[in-house]
Design a protein around this ligand. Structure first.
Ligand code: AKB
Length: 344
């Protein structure tokens, strides 16, 4: 046979090898999601069940029970992530190979009971990483803009930079990033993470964060046409619409491991704005909406220590991160979806 005749055969073989490799990277047997009732968990579980099959995604909650959509559409287990034997038992029972560990205390709530925030955020993660080490699971860890502090460059915050946070939540995020790195380099655990900005969603309200104003404002605009913001005018922070956050969490876990140089957490962002920018954007749709300010000193101090905007170019280069929503498109979609939800 001449070289030309072999060409389609080689192409088919090369295609099959590429498909197998791809399949290998994307193959997920069983996924455990802790924090199922939380802001990210409640939407991520729906997306994962659509993608990998309902029976393959085990939702886990503890004090708060997830909504009926999650309870009715697949397995649910109730346990405390601080209970190491409970974590391991569920991993073994369902033959779990990937854990999205979302259970945790957010920044503002963390300041009210710092020891509890440390206990849940750190001991929960340690138990998950240990179960992952023993049973060969990949782990997703949600870090945050809170892992930075006042000494971090505030503009275009680099992937690798000073991380000396002021809040207990931020401290647990830095420690969590280091633990993920440690388990990867020491034990080969396939740990991956994202430094999420403030997340905006019309499904589940956030619980006790510093960026919560960016969700509350939409409810207030649609119901009362007035909102009192707890952060000062000019407080710029990174933000992201939940559909982008869900896509990012799935994409980083499906990324080709050979292309990832970061095992603690990638900077990811979609937009950066201050309260008055969001107010002005909402006023384009609701002209009589007004906002005033009553600054909460605890949350303001936390926000002041966080970046104005992060550089997420490493995530873009290594696994193709690209947000779909900016401030105008997120605001339009939030107002549309939330007004329908509130009417219903
Ligand atoms: C919070 O405000 O605590 C969270 C975060 C940015 O991690 N939304």
């Amino acid at each position: 046979m001449e070289n030309k005749e072999w060409e389609p055969v080689w192409r088919r073989i090369a295609g099959t090898i590429a498909e197998c490799l791809n399949e290998g990277f994307n193959h997920v047997k069983r996924i455990l999601v802790t924090g199922a009732a939380g802001q990210i968990g409640s939407e991520l579980i729906v997306a994962l069940r659509q993608r990998y099959g309902s029976g393959n995604v085990i939702a886990c909650g503890h004090r708060t029970v997830p909504n009926s959509e999650i309870l009715d559409s697949g397995p649910f287990e109730s346990f405390d992530v601080r209970d190491s034997s409970a974590v391991t038992a569920v991993v073994v029972q369902y033959d779990v190979d990937t854990i999205y560990h979302l259970a945790g205390i957010l920044s503002a709530t963390g300041e009210t009971r710092p020891q509890r925030a440390w206990d849940i955020n750190i001991n929960g993660l340690c138990n998950v990483l240990e179960a992952a080490r023993q049973h060969g699971c990949a782990v997703f860890f949600p870090s945050s803009i809170a892992s930075f502090g006042l000494s971090t460059p505030q503009d275009n915050t680099p992937q690798e930079t000073i991380q000396r946070p002021q809040s207990i939540y931020g401290i647990t995020k830095v420690a969590g990033e280091l633990l993920c790195d440690y388990y990867h380099h020491r034990f080969g655990v396939d740990s991956r993470g994202l430094r999420f900005p403030g997340l905006i969603s019309h499904e589940t309200p956030p619980g006790g964060g510093t960026t919560d104003y960016a969700v509350e404002i939409f409810y207030a605009a649609l119901t009362e046409k007035k909102y009192t913001c707890f952060l000062r005018k000019g407080t710029r922070l990174d933000m992201m619409y939940m559909p982008d956050a869900i896509r990012a969490a799935i994409a980083v876990m499906e990324a080709n491991p050979g292309r990832l140089s970061i095992r603690n957490a990638f900077n990811v962002t979609a937009m950066s704005f201050a309260p008055e920018d969001l107010c002005a954007e909402i006023q384009k749709s609701i002209p009589d909406f007004i906002m005033d300010y009553k600054v909460d000193p605890v949350r303001q101090a936390i926000a002041d220590s966080w970046p104005n905007n992060m550089d997420d170019s490493v995530a873009r280069e290594q696994w193709g991160w690209q947000p779909e929503y900016d401030l105008p498109s997120m605001t339009r979609d939030m107002l549309d979806k939330l007004s329908r939800k509130l009417k219903a």
